[in-house]
Every structure is written in structure tokens, then in C-alpha cells.
Design a protein. Structure first.
Length: 41
């Protein structure tokens, strides 16, 4: 039982680690660059 519980947790950590990096890159890519180029002031 313990071994079965440990395996999914490790797999989830690896998947979450990869998704976190991918989500960060997506968030940066999705940011509107025109807003960054044109300051609100």
C-alpha cells in the first residue's frame, strides 16, 4: 500500500514540475507585448 502511494506522488511531482515550467513560459508568451512596449504613463 505504501509503495503504491509513493509512486503516484513522485510521478505527480515530476509532472507538476514540468507543467509549472511550461505554464510560466506560456504566461510570458501570452502577455501582450504591446502593453509592455507602451507604458501606461
Amino acid at each position: 500500500m505504501d509503495s503504491l502511494q509513493i509512486r503516484p506522488v513522485e510521478a505527480e511531482e515530476v509532472v507538476l514540475g514540468k507543467f509549472s515550467e511550461h505554464s510560466i513560459t506560456q504566461a510570458i508568451a501570452q502577455q501582450p507585448r504591446h502593453l509592455l512596449n507602451h507604458p501606461s504613463r
